[in-house]
Design a protein around this ligand. Sequence first.
Ligand SMILES: [Fe+2]
Length: 193
Amino acid sequence: MIGFDIVSIGFLLSLDWLRGKFFVMLTTELIKAIRREYLLPWRGIHGVVHWARVLENGVRLASVTGTRLDVVTLFAVFHDSRRVNEDNDPEHGQRGADLAAALRGKVFVLADDAFELLRTACIYHTDGRTMADVTVQTCWDADRLELGRVGIKPHPERLCTEAAKDPAVISWAYERSVSGFIPDIVGRDWDSA
Ligand SMILES: [Fe+2]
């Protein structure tokens, strides 16, 4: 119980820290630019509510893995941004990376080394890989912890980081995905973009 409380406090502190340092990256201009290209229902299975939970999953994981939050933050909004259907769309990760490349320097900035991590995370996020830079692994885990919304409980062997394999983290994310939890940022900022 004490360990869970420490994790929760660390997560809440990291959320506050993220809001101060990195949510500023997610400007209205950035979300508007992505929304112009998004072809599926805004609050659909791969839409903005999923992106927001991926973001909060990533923040929670990053509070343990210590990875680059700029990459995790941008991965959340780009990785599924160019899907053309809600089912089998094997090239959508590449298209999401291409959109990030097209918008970089226009509605967000990111250093070259970080952009390469973002690009890798987007392109391969549905390939089932587990070996990569820890920032890329954190992005992939943040997405895979969302499988409850399509009826799948994430299996630890399919996750990359020890942080994500923590049963308390899997249960927390699974319950949020199954129940359709909507993070505040969706209604407050993203729906009106
Ligand atoms: Fe996703």
